[in-house]
Design a protein around this ligand. Structure first.
Ligand code: ADP
Length: 421
């Protein structure tokens, strides 16, 4: 029965949160979409939604359904996780979802703290900074879906929510959990439903986590989860675990599927060429997903191994990507390659691959969908932000090990290191 139930508004954010909880000693399982059966056995269950930029009413409905499933499974506290740059518009979805959850949980108040100091996201006097820049001068003001043009999160959330939004300033957080609780009590009495909480370093996030031990709802980025496991340990609900990242033993054939064209991934493919078999598919020469998958199927015959991975990549340098986009249109080009890589992944699993690295966020989404992945138990990180996971999937009923790598993550030897342990 989970202690902590989490609702994340996108897939990679859910993994990031799950990894944070594992590092703090909780066993964590990420579930894809609203769970319809019993929850997996874990200290924390993270429901990964794709609700960041859908219409607010749909995001509310999905988030409430996720909340219902988590409560039915026994969760004692709900964490609503959103992006550390507070990606949203005046129409939502952070405010409407947070308010609906507050109503459902009959809670009067929740903090809102997207700070993630390790990645340079800090909050001072309610203003969000990305590195040395205010949010509205960080490039986020040009985001295609959620342009962030106001750095004051008190104002931003204020425009999204019916309830009033206050501030827990840096000076209060600095004094510790008792001072934070006193400020929250004052804000609640004054009729505020939310408060943006300042945080400049991880110590502040631990303080905020401790101060909110009794809150039914907490909202924020993955950083706000840092202090929560300790609350459950202090209450005697969570045993000390040094094996929170333990996964079932890994075996079977190894492979990497890459659909990311990010610089880090291109470098990782380059290094892999000197060490393991690498197939580079040419989507420009063969703009046909089934034909690309057939090329990969023929190539993998006799090459799969349990001691080292094969790498199958559609990744290409910017000029080749642009050429395919000119030919097919941006969306169709992306969809074609995603489709091809999902087929390749399915073929690999059908041939006995049970340790699979996927490079690329969108590519990972396509692969996870094609394999019918329902849940991911989160293991140890290979490199920061990329854990090995153990997946329950229709394509491999006994489970398989998956590592889903955001394009720019990982050191140059990532594809080799992942299988070295
Ligand atoms: P990242 O995490 O690096 O952003 P994604 O998988 O999210 O990687 O996005 C990469 C996108 O580029 C995908 O839609 C993928 O299908 C597409 N893509 C991959 N290879 C090519 C290529 N050779 N030409 C055009 N698009 C490509």
């Amino acid at each position: 029965m989970p202690l902590l139930g989490c609702i994340a508004d996108d897939f990679t954010g859910a993994t990031d949160l799950a990894s944070t909880l594992v590092r703090q000693g909780m066993r964590a399982v990420q579930v894809i979409g609203v769970p319809d059966g019993p929850l997996p056995e874990a200290d924390a269950v993270i429901v990964a939604l794709k609700s960041r930029t859908i219409p607010a009413a749909e995001a509310v409905a999905l988030s409430l359904a996720a909340c219902e499933a988590l409560l039915a499974g026994g969760a004692r506290q709900i964490l609503f996780k959103y992006c550390s740059t507070f990606d949203s518009t005046d129409a939502g979805n952070i405010g409407p979802v947070a308010e609906a959850l507050l109503d459902r949980l009959a809670a009067g108040f929740a903090i809102a703290c997207p700070a993630f100091p390790t990645n340079g996201r800090t909050i001072y006097q309610g203003h969000l900074f990305v590195g040395g820049h205010l949010l509205n001068e960080s490039g986020m003001e040009n985001h295609p879906l959620t342009p962030m043009t106001d750095p004051s999160l008190v104002r931003v959330l204020g425009r999204q929510a019916r309830r009033g939004v206050g501030l827990i300033p840096f000076g209060v957080v600095e004094q510790g959990p008792a001072a934070v609780r006193a400020t929250i009590a004052r804000l609640s009495e004054a009729g505020r439903g939310f408060a943006i909480a300042d945080a400049l370093h991880d110590g502040h996030l631990f303080t905020l986590g401790e101060a909110c031990a009794q809150h039914a709802l907490i909202t924020g980025g993955s950083g706000i989860a840092l202090g929560l496991p300790e609350n459950f340990r202090r209450a005697g609900l969570l045993p000390a675990r040094d094996d929170a990242d333990a996964l079932p033993p890994a075996g079977g054939l190894c492979a990497v599927v890459a659909g990311s064209c990010s610089r880090a991934t291109l470098g990782q493919i380059g290094l892999a060429r000197d060490h393991v078999p690498v197939l580079e598919l040419d989507a420009l020469a063969t703009p046909d997903a089934a034909a690309l998958a057939a090329q990969a199927r023929a190539w993998m015959e006799g090459r799969l191994d349990a001691a080292r991975p094969v790498v199958i990549a559609a990744s290409a340098p910017p000029d080749r990507v642009a050429a395919l986009q000119d030919k097919l249109g941006r969306d169709a080009a992306g969809a074609l390659v995603e489709e091809a890589m999902a087929m390749v992944a399915a073929d690999l699993v059908a041939r006995g691959v049970r340790r699979l690295v996927v490079a690329g966020g969108e590519t990972s989404g396509a692969v996870v969908q094609r394999l019918g992945v329902r849940a991911l138990r989160i293991g140890a990180e290979i490199d920061p932000g990329v854990p090995w996971t153990h997946a329950t999937a229709e394509a491999a009923p006994e489970g398989l090990h998956l590592a889903l790598k955001s394009g720019n993550f990982g050191a140059r030897d990532f594809f080799l290191k992942a299988f070295a342990a």
